[in-house]
Design a binder for this molecule. Structure first.
Ligand SMILES: [Mg+2]
Length: 191
């Protein structure tokens, strides 16, 4: 039932924000997360980073971010401060949260909120940081979940078009998500 409600919400909000979603897709520059320069983001006025996990920091279901993302995260911690970085995943697995608690102390994982595209997680981050939406950047690899949540909450977004995929290890799951990504891109162009 929750899933159906979320789907209906995504369709309604996707339609309302279709123009913005299309522009984000067409103007996207960051294919992968580590291509975003923390210094450049800071110069642009970004103070808070909100990162999706699956596809963005690692392949679906992985526990640890990839090596390059770990290095990039360290760079972000030095640039923004750990308290300004959040993980907002629809799958806040306990093992992942434990990893951040030990290896990236101060980086917070948001859990217990309604899943994206609901903007609840982003709104909680705004309350916690007392930052304006335009000072927050969300990086996500899904147009109709994360990026849509970003449009609803009116934060800055970065659409990751080259997500991490491990077809060999999880062929069914990865094919499913690849199909989802292609369909939502197709849909956005069509609307
Ligand atoms: Mg994702």
């Amino acid at each position: 039932m929750k899933f159906i409600k979320r789907l209906v919400y995504a369709v309604q909000m996707g339609w309302r924000h279709r123009q913005q979603l299309r522009e984000i897709y067409q103007q996207t520059q960051a294919r992968q997360l580590y291509q975003l320069s923390p210094e450049y983001l800071k110069q642009r006025g970004i103070q808070v980073l909100v990162l999706d996990f699956d596809g963005v920091l690692a392949a679906h279901g992985d526990i640890l971010p990839t090596r390059e993302c770990q290095t990039w995260l360290q760079h972000c911690v030095e640039t923004f401060g750990a308290s300004q970085i959040f993980i907002l995943s629809n799958k806040p697995l306990p093992l992942r949260m434990a990893y951040f608690a030990t290896d990236f102390a101060g980086v917070r994982c948001i859990a217990g909120v309604r899943k994206k595209p609901y903007p609840d997680g982003l709104q909680q981050i705004m309350t916690l940081t007392e930052c304006l939406p335009q000072q927050i950047l969300l990086a996500d690899d899904r147009l109709l979940t994360g990026i849509l949540a970003g449009c609803i909450a009116q934060v800055q977004v970065s659409y990751i078009t080259r997500p991490y995929v491990q077809l060999r290890n999880r062929p069914l799951q990865e094919s499913f998500f690849m199909a989802l990504r292609v369909s939502e891109r197709f849909l956005i162009q069509l609307l």
